[in-house]
Design a protein around this ligand. Structure first.
Ligand code: 1CP
Length: 339
């Protein structure tokens, strides 16, 4: 069993820097496209045998040091009683966005073992197959809320901020419901066999620091406090969150995910004993191999004083990335960090 990733999460010394790649199972891999050719994305997410297959694809091909459950942050939101659709080329759509208290009252706090049994089954099956640790995950409440309020992806988050500023009670009530759902969902993943848990706050960076503190931070902090009993390392990734670093650390997360907009060494200097994960720009995978290798070496060197470093991209791998560039990146991380 390779548990270098878990050692780094705990801030222990490792023989080399472990790496996994955000969104490592997905559209850039022809193996994934083949599976996806026969089913819709939601069918894939709800079929444990297929989820196992696509989770394992990058482990075998890339040689990464951790697996991440194949699912989506929107799955537990559908379990709350919303309608979720994926439109080809447009992404996720919630045709009935939450606009008022009556909409919110219709949402339930689902029993994860009943309403998302397929996720727990995928985790149990994966644990029988894997030789590397398995990361479970969920979206952070703020990021989840944006999809429910906007009715899908957004660029400016008009409806979300409108609700925050003009109907704060409704916004907070909604965050509370998502928070309770997320805590139960992650606790169930831990019980099913996940060995680390990552909370994705993909849109945290659209908030002013004072708004992050009021509208997002307390809910992530609550979830992490309620997960302490699981004993698992918790990774919090606030995308575009360089200005939110100290507040992100205050959540009590064991590891902070970093995007590429900050120098990883500067981030380490601002943190206490929290481990870091990141932070190569996903588009750097397009660089010629010698330049890619140099960048990877710089990140490893800049992170040398970290209390645990897990190499990763600063955000998800782009769907048109040549897979062999990702494979080369994994090899370079292992080679350059080997002590
Ligand atoms: O067409 C397809 O096959 C669907 C593409 C796809 C995939 C492969 C989506 C749609 N989700 C996923 C899987 C997924 N999503 C994983 C597991 C794969 C892995 O990491 O190996 C994970 C961890 C996620 C998490 C996720 N989903 C996030 C957080 C991470 C991030 O990238 O910021 C977010 C924001 C989503 C929402 C989502 N899922 C899919 C789309 C197109 C979107 C919308 C993104 C947006 O609003 O811009």
């Amino acid at each position: 069993m390779n548990d270098t990733f878990l050692q780094a999460c705990r801030g222990e010394k490792t023989d080399y820097t472990p790496i996994w790649i955000m969104r490592q199972a997905g559209r850039y891999l022809p193996q994934y496209q083949k599976v996806r050719g026969n089913v819709t994305f939601l069918e894939l997410c709800k079929t444990p045998e297929l989820c196992v297959e696509v989770t394992l694809q990058p482990i075998d091909y890339l040689g990464v040091d951790a697996a991440i459950l194949f699912s989506d942050i929107l799955i537990p939101l559908e379990a709350m009683g919303t309608t979720l659709e994926f439109h080809e080329g447009r992404g996720p759509v919630f045709p009935n966005p939450i606009t008022n208290q009556a909409d919110l009252d219709k949402l339930i706090i689902p029993d994860p073992n009943e309403h998302t049994a397929f996720v727990m089954e995928t985790i149990r099956l994966l644990r029988q197959e894997l030789q590397v640790p398995l990361i479970g995950f969920a979206g952070a409440p703020f990021t989840c809320a944006t999809y429910l309020i906007e009715g899908g992806s957004s660029k400016v988050f008009w409806e979300t901020k409108k609700m925050m500023y003009t109907c704060p009670e409704l916004f907070h009530a909604m965050m509370d419901k998502i928070t309770r759902t997320t805590t139960l969902y992650l606790q169930a993943q831990a019980k099913a066999g996940a060995q680390a848990l990552q909370i994705f706050d993909s849109w945290a960076g659209v908030l002013a620091p004072c708004d992050f503190e009021t509208y997002a931070l307390p809910y992530v902090t609550q979830i992490i406090a309620d997960l302490q009993d699981s004993g698992l390392p918790i990774i919090y990734f606030a995308n575009n969150g360089a200005t939110l670093l100290e507040m992100s650390e205050s959540t009590g997360a064991d590891v902070l995910g970093l995007d590429w907009r900050i120098n990883i060494g500067d981030a380490v200097k601002r943190l206490g004993r929290t481990a870091v994960q990141g932070n190569l720009d996903p588009f750097s995978l397009l660089l010629p191999k010698d330049e890619l290798k140099k960048r990877i070496g710089n990140i490893i060197n800049d992170a040398r004083d970290a209390h645990g470093h897990i190499f990763n991209l600063g955000h998800g791998i782009h769907q048109f990335t040549p897979p062999e560039q990702a494979k080369a990146a994994v090899e370079y991380v292992h080679e350059l960090s080997c002590k």
